[in-house]
Every structure is written in C-alpha cells, then in structure tokens.
Write a protein of this length. Structure first.
Length: 346
C-alpha cells in the first residue's frame, strides 16, 4: 500500500501529462471519491450481512445521481432535505461538494463556488471524523474522501504545477485513511468500490502501472452497476473496447435509463470506430438532458456532432461542433435544455 504514494508523485512530476489531462484526472477523482457511498433504500446493497444504516433522504439523493443520473432532483430536492433531516451523514456533504464542483466547471471565475466547494470538503471531514467513533470503516472512508476533495481544491485554485506538492500531501492522506479502512474490512464491497476506482484512475494514466489489479478489486465491489461502470471506463482507457462494451452493457442492464451510462456507451463505440452505432446512445443520453448539468449536455452535443461528421465524411456539410456546444452553454439556467431545444444535427 505504501508504494501507492510514489504513483501520484510520478503523475504530477514526471509523467509528462498536460495540465488539462491532470485537471481531467482530478475531476474524475472527485467522481470516484463520490462513489464511496452507502445506498440503503431497501437495505444495504453493498453488504448482504451486517448492513449499515443510512438516512432515507441521503439514499434518495445517491439513487437520483448514480442510478438515475438525475442531478437536478438530487441537487434541488433530496440533498437539501437530507442536510436538514440527516445532518450527521458525511455523504451528504461529499455529494454537495461534487455538485458544486460541476457548477464550477462551467463558471471557473466564480470564487463563491470554489469557496463553497472547499467548505463542503471541510464539512465532509468533520462529520466523518465524528462517524469514526461508531463506524470506523465508513468514518475512515469519508475522511479519505474529504482529503481527495481538498486535493482537487488545491489544483483548482493554484494550478497543476504550483499546487502539486500540496495536493500530493492530501492524496497521501487519502491513501493513509484507506489503509486504515482496509485493516478493518479488506473485503468490504464499499471499500473495494472506492479503492478500485481510485487505483484505476491513476493506473490508466501512468506508465508502468498495472490497471488489472484495480479492475480485479472492482470485481469484488458493489453495487454492481457502479463496479461495472468503473471497469468499462478502465477498459475504454486501455483501448480494450470489446471488454469495455461488455461491462457498460452489464451496467445498462441494471440502470437502462441512466444518461451518463448511455453517454459512456456512445464514447466507447466512437473510440472503437463504430460511429453509426454510437448515435443511438448519444440520443438516449440527450433524451434526459433536462436532468443533467448544462455543461455536461453541451459536451455530449459536441461529441455527438463530431461523431456525425465522421459518419458523413464530407467537408462541405461539416458541422461546427464547438459552436453547437457553445449554443447550449449560452442557454439560461444551470440544467440542460429539453431535447427539443437542443441544436439539430441536420
């Protein structure tokens, strides 16, 4: 476990990755950290034995985001209710931080959003430290989450190069707390979900790393639709497109209406040079555009456009995909417009 500390150092210092790639990895890290959560609608889906309790409102927020891909309901309904009724649950503040980070991505000069993000990271840590007394496993997991959020805030505020040393210190704390969680329950499905995602995101971006070990860890994780999603992302990034399609299809069998999973399936097909097939999944993702952050919708529109240009293979009818993305960005509100309002490919 200790040797994991050298991996982020290579990543920031000698891997040669661009600043945009580093920022992209930090964004993915936040998503991975946010996946270390406990959904308990009709019992704990991670554990068939000794399930752990979690508030109904918190569960509803998690379900809205990760099962349904409904960021709007989670942000406007379930998370505010959870903060009032279940204030001692650190997952609430980790999810709030994740949502604010998404907002900040489309308004990067907004200092208030960055301050809010940092505040939720601190609140996550404070509640997680208290949770250690009654549940040291989940307490350590969420302390790890909070330090990961801190690392993202440092990179966001200071930049990849200037903030690297401080961010590395935070990431060391992430793994230190994950070590403590592993000592308590190394086979725990929730622990393996978080650790598997983190290890995978790092390993696929670094030379001489072994992503297969991270994928093996995800095979032991739950809920299965999130584990499959992680494996699909890893296989895609490793250019193993047949295996990536297999796992995203498994996830879609459990959550067929999740727009992010349909978007992921489209990306995998594009990477595999199957643009015609990808168009179906871009359209399925955009069918639920109103429940997604506007910036995400804008990016889906751009990628769908580029894929269609590849299909058409004619400069005369080539669309301006960046202009279509910017058209969505310019629309009012923080959520995606309806499907009928989106720019048309034809």
């Amino acid at each position: 476990m200790r040797e994991m500390f050298s991996i982020p150092k290579k990543f920031f210092a000698v891997s040669g990755l661009s600043s945009s790639k580093c920022r992209s990895l930090i964004g993915s890290l936040i998503m991975a950290l946010s996946l270390s959560v406990n959904l308990a609608m009709a019992g704990d889906p991670f554990r068939s034995n000794n399930p752990k309790p979690i508030g109904e409102k918190t569960s509803a927020a998690f379900n809205a985001v990760f099962r349904e891909g409904n960021y709007k309901s989670a942000t406007e309904i379930y998370l505010p209710e959870a903060a009032v009724e279940e204030p001692d649950e650190p997952l609430i503040y980790a999810m709030k931080a994740s949502m604010v980070y998404t907002d900040w991505q489309s308004d990067k000069k907004n200092q208030a959003l960055l301050d809010s993000f940092k505040s939720y990271a601190t609140k996550t840590r404070e509640t997680a430290e208290k949770l250690k007394a009654i549940d040291p496993l989940r307490g350590n997991l969420y302390v790890a989450v909070s330090h990961g959020l801190d690392a993202a805030a440092v990179i966001t505020e200071k930049g990849t190069l200037s903030g690297a040393t401080e961010a590395l210190g935070k990431l060391q704390e992430v793994y230190r707390n994950l070590d403590e969680a592993e000592k308590i329950a190394p086979e725990d499905p929730e622990f393996n979900l978080l650790k598997g995602w983190l290890d995978l995101l790092i390993s696929v971006n670094l030379p001489f790393s072994n992503p297969e070990l991270a994928i093996q860890r995800l095979e032991k994780a739950a809920p299965s639709y999130l584990a499959y999603r992680g494996i699909a992302v890893g296989r895609r990034d490793l250019k193993q497109y047949e295996q990536a399609q297999e796992y995203v299809d498994r996830a879609l069998q459990e959550t067929p209406n999740n727009p992010e999973l349909n978007y992921l399936k489209a990306q995998i097909l594009v990477d595999a040079k199957q643009d015609q097939e990808a168009q179906k999944y871009f359209q399925l993702a955009l069918a639920n555009s109103e429940q997604l952050p506007k910036e995400m919708v804008a990016q889906i529109v751009r990628e769908q456009c580029k894929s269609q240009n590849t299909i058409d293979r004619t400069e005369q009818n080539k669309r301006n995909c960046s202009a279509m993305r910017n058209q969505v960005r310019a629309m009012a509100g923080k959520w995606g417009p309806s499907l009928s309002q989106l720019p048309k490919l034809d």
